[in-house]
Design a binder for this molecule. Sequence first.
Ligand SMILES: [Zn+2]
Length: 314
Amino acid sequence: MESSLASQSLQQQNNNQQLIYYNNCPVCSSINLSKALSAKDFTVSHQSFEIWQCNDCSLRFTQNIPDANNIGTYYQSSAYVSHSDTNEGLINRLYHIVRNFTLQSKKRLIEKNCSVQNKNLLDVGAGIGAFSNAMKNAGWNVTALEPDDAAREKALQKFSLQMQLPETIYQLEKNKFNAITMWHVLEHVHELHKYLETFHRILNDDGKLFIAVPNYTSYDAQLYKEFWAAYDVPRHLYHFSPKSMETLARLKGFTVKAFNPMWFDSFYVSMLSEQYKNGNANNVSAFINGLISNLKTIGNPKNCSSVIYVLEKN
Ligand SMILES: [Zn+2]
């Protein structure tokens, strides 16, 4: 990827860690960049990271991020609830109820947008496999990729799902898939352009690409600022706006066909953000702020705390 190679430089740090400093926007390569804010890693390292903004495509991105070989240490936390599977505690019980509802609405969205003659689905960053399993049960032939060893092991035990490492994406067959899904995954991927180019190759001409990512232009993001939980630095490398996602899609031969809201993310993200901002979980404020965010989303899904973008090939 010439463009992405040109847009970043590696800086050697004292602790021998390779950090990536972007001189160009990681999406559109613009040099028209400025610092937006500083945010803290509240879950693992408690380090601060700068978030920069591209003044052309409006992407925000985390500056001085660890490279792909060194970011693993920033994922070592039990707070990563998407990999947990216990039913203890009210929050966890609620999380599982919401997850089941969300699984069903994701399935409906896919079956609404994709012809079901070819039911080959690729799920990238499949976690412990709850979504992949739901689609398998609905008759889809699912290929699931996941980098975390423990999550892959869990998927095998719980759902008999044989997942593969993300690197295998580059070996997948041309035009094979009718649906490709990335649920809160693209913001974690170092090889952004290479992934989009690969999706273009392995998706068939009628296929759809579903990308769910947080939206920093949402009400809750603007309210909580540096405490907004979905900045989640340094694990989130990119912080998308609808405009920057449309730019990325266009540059890679796709068009954004639809924007879909994720209603529960505003509540969940507000709950965590309250905790980061005030040191305790004020669930009443979180609920009110999540609700306001959702009210602003009614009739305008581009305002949602997290958006599912449905992309199709040009
Ligand atoms: Zn840009």
